[in-house]
Design a protein around this ligand. Structure first.
Ligand SMILES: CN(C)C(=N)NCCC[C@H](N)C(=O)O
Length: 288
């Protein structure tokens, strides 16, 4: 099994993560808290209250976990294509796989990454939702002191299964949308590249950026539900499942709830995924 794809997936994921984390914090807050009037209000309040560091809350764990998560996504994707089409990454420009195969491989990568992503994503969301400024003498300490304390507290208070809260919604979000993600990337690359050649850097950037936007646009409704289910344990709010969370969110806030965070998610998705695909492609070309 070729391992370069796993390593390239890890490095490219880390680059994308650092670039996109501040946008991600604003998105998570808009999706799970009702105190903000919009993106601008959330950015201003976060900055005033928590300084620039507020936007980077919860980033250390994803940085550590991206090694596993993104390498599983890209590694499983590429190796599933290898199993389906018997072509390696190098041969795929000359013998492009069908879009059905690309979709299937993307869905498999998305499905497999959920197992690694679920606990890390839960901890990220809980830490991002802590709006207290950094500890000052006399001010109440935040609920979680950091990622490890957060993981231990969840295990103690909600049981080890608590770490997988929202995992069903995450699986429903990621399995089809990662199929869409890779199909969009492949389609846009092929449209802008003469047959048999490798896509230029500009093509990769644009195709990666739009693949990110489209897949996140489709993923946003389930992303909202996933984030709410992840926060539910903390707020002692009990949802009976994904459908119950959907129904109760719509009842209280209307259908617009499914589109919370869509604008900021799209603004984040373009640069993040452009950088992910560019670094992934170049690392693989560089290694031969
Ligand atoms: C719609 N979904 C779930 C995705 N496109 N997932 C791929 C993740 C790529 C990158 N880490 C990001 O956060 O955008």
């Amino acid at each position: 099994m070729p391992v370069e794809e796993f390593v390239a997936g890890w490095i490219s994921g880390a680059l994308g993560l650092v670039l996109g984390h501040p946008f991600d914090t604003v998105k998570v807050r808009l999706q799970t808290q009702t105190t903000y009037r919009g993106i601008f209000d959330c950015v201003v309040k976060t900055y005033r209250h928590e300084s620039l560091l507020g936007f980077f809350k919860g980033m250390s764990f994803p940085i550590a976990s991206i090694a596993v998560v993104n390498s599983v996504l890209f590694g499983v994707y590429s190796n599933t294509l290898l199993a389906l089409t018997a072509t390696s990454h190098r041969e795929r420009r000359a013998q492009p796989p069908s879009y059905a195969h690309v979709f299937l491989a993307g869905c498999t990568g998305g499905f497999m990454q959920v197992y690694c992503l679920a606990p890390f994503d839960l901890i990220k969301v809980r830490l991002q939702n802590q709006t207290e400024p950094r500890a000052r003498p006399g001010s109440p300490p935040p609920r979680y002191r950091g990622p490890v304390h957060c993981a231990v507290s969840i295990c103690q208070e909600e049981g080890p299964r608590g770490l997988f809260r929202g995992a069903w919604a995450l699986m429903l979000r990621d399995t089809p949308t990662l199929g869409i993600y890779f199909v969009t990337y492949e389609w846009l690359c092929r449209q802008s590249t003469p047959e048999g050649q490798s896509p230029s850097s500009a093509s990769v950037l644009v195709a990666g950026g739009f693949a990110g936007i489209l897949s996140w646009a489709v993923a946003t409704p389930l992303d909202v539900i996933k984030s709410r289910m992840q926060m539910a344990g903390l707020k002692h709010r009990v949802y009976r499942g994904v459908l119950d969370c959907m129904a109760s969110s719509v009842r209280q806030e209307g259908l617009g709830v499914f589109f919370r965070g869509l604008t900021i998610n799209s603004a984040r998705a373009f640069p993040v995924n452009a950088v992910i695909f560019l670094s992934y492609e170049y690392l693989l070309r560089w290694w031969g």
